[in-house]
Design a protein around this ligand. Structure first.
Ligand SMILES: O=C(O)CCC(=O)C(=O)O
Length: 265
């Protein structure tokens, strides 16, 4: 199957926009065939999901879902990531965040990088929409240019999966005027800097909102441990790192695929 629209390119202009504003977006990303395939795969996964796993917490299913792995390792996507963080690239998480009609999680304002136990040169998160997304069905908002403000004060006592929130006093007083709202057709993609403040509301519409976020880092980053849960069983599932392009530094090795028996490169 052809995953990516042949028209998808990450141009120098896109890259400059990403550097200046902290994000870039692409209406032409998935082919119609890939979009239909992914939509039905996500629907199947939601059916198979263990009842303890919330719809916003199907994390790192690429360990066993070949389609997520295939999508995450498409050459034009890795070319884009290479432009952001260099040739040696590690995939360390995927995250399906689904919001059913008239429901779904509120994601508080947060910055990604301070959240994770991974430190180093980080390319933008890859945010892929499998439904038409707008302000009514829980689309993401972000603060353009705010990726350059450093780590903002945060509260770490929030309930649920997204348990950290930027202290409201650290956000601009006119946050609603400064924020931009992701409004994209199904099959589009956006990339956001891992330091940019972003948020999303619950889904107030009668439509679904299904999104996959892919997270990578440069291979010389500090790769810290974390426990996720297998969405099918609810069992603990340690974070795994996969080298998807280039080489590891200092003779280290990492698996290059979850689906190959040989785990050395
Ligand atoms: O998709 C969303 O609503 C939030 C995504 C998010 O917080 C992230 O990608 O870090």
């Amino acid at each position: 199957m052809q995953w990516l629209d042949p028209g998808f390119t990450y141009s120098d202009d896109h890259h400059q926009h990403f550097l200046d504003m902290g994000y870039a977006s692409f209406d032409r990303f998935l082919t119609p065939e890939a979009l239909a395939f992914a939509q039905s795969a996500i629907d199947r996964m939601m059916q198979q999901r263990h009842p303890d796993i919330p719809l916003e917490a199907m994390i790192s299913a690429h360990h066993h879902e070949q389609w997520i792995w295939d999508l995450a390792t498409q050459k034009p996507l890795l070319d884009m990531i290479e432009k952001q963080c260099g040739h040696h690239i590690v995939l360390w998480a995927s995250h399906l965040i689904c919001k059913p009609p008239h429901s779904g999680v509120h994601v508080p304002w947060h910055q990604d990088a301070p959240y994770w136990n991974v430190r180093g040169r980080m390319p933008g998160a890859i945010w892929i929409a499998f439904d038409d997304i707008d302000q009514d069905n829980g689309g993401m908002c972000l603060l353009p240019g705010w990726h350059r403000k450093g780590t903002l004060a945060r509260q770490t006592d929030q309930p649920g999966l997204f348990n950290e929130a930027i202290d409201p006093a650290a956000l601009p007083t006119d946050v609603d005027q400064q924020k931009i709202q992701y409004c994209f057709p199904a099959g589009s993609m956006a990339t956001h800097d891992t330091m940019i403040p972003h948020t999303s509301e619950p889904n107030a519409s009668n439509r679904w909102r299904r999104v996959l976020v892919l997270r990578y880092t440069a291979a010389d980053a500090e790769l810290g441990e974390k426990n996720y849960r297998d969405y099918r069983t609810g069992d603990p599932m340690p974070r795994q790192f996969f080298l998807v392009r280039g080489q590891m530094p200092n003779g280290r090795t990492l698996p290059t695929s979850p689906f190959e028996k040989s785990l050395s490169q």
